[in-house]
Design a protein around this ligand. Structure first.
Ligand code: SF4
Length: 171
């Protein structure tokens, strides 16, 4: 076992969504050794081995891990936060147990920015998605308030199939 637990040490209001909280946890030991293995898992959107810092996207919000702190955004309440910290502890331990089957990550991975997403969209500002511009739609995708399929040309035109796949892999 790598880690006994992650203790909840603080909560803050989550500015990204009214009524939700940010849960801050402290692991029983530094996470430095396990972060390069966690960085190989799906749903990792950013990793910087030099900090070190790692961010996962979860269904709503994000989980960011540093050496001695864990931040989980958009959490419903304290009880849910405690459950998420327990689940994260289990996930860290399972990853550590299987580390021999993983290749530790050593390079920086950064989260996509609006311009990265915009560059893949059709860039016609056709408004079929309900947004005024493709850039507005790109921002909505990053905020997870819209889905790729809501860009009608991207969804329906076979010529955009590769772009659609690229977009899905970025998000
Ligand atoms: S439907 Fe797609 S192409 Fe049209 S404005 Fe929205 S994002 Fe741009």
């Amino acid at each position: 076992m790598f880690l006994s637990s992650i203790a909840l040490v603080q909560t803050l209001p989550c500015l990204a969504e009214l009524g939700k909280i940010i849960v801050i946890g402290k692991p029983t030991q530094p996470l430095d050794d396990v972060l390069p293995y966690l960085a190989t898992l799906p749903d990792v959107i950013a990793y910087n081995p030099h900090v070190p810092a790692l961010t996962f996207r979860r269904q709503t919000g994000f989980i960011t891990l540093y050496s001695d702190r864990v931040y989980i955004t958009k959490v419903d309440n304290v009880d849910t936060g405690i459950e998420l910290l327990k689940a994260l502890t289990d996930a860290i331990n399972v990853t550590w147990e299987h580390r021999d089957n993983l290749v530790a990550a050593s390079t920086i991975k950064r989260a996509p920015r609006p311009l990265d997403i915009y560059s893949i969209l059709p860039q016609t500002n056709c408004k079929k998605c309900g947004e005024a511009t493709c850039m507005a739609f790109a921002c909505s995708l990053l905020l997870q308030t819209r889905t790729c399929e809501e860009c009608i040309p991207l969804r329906d035109d076979p010529a955009f199939e590769e772009r659609m796949n690229a977009l899905k892999s970025m998000l």
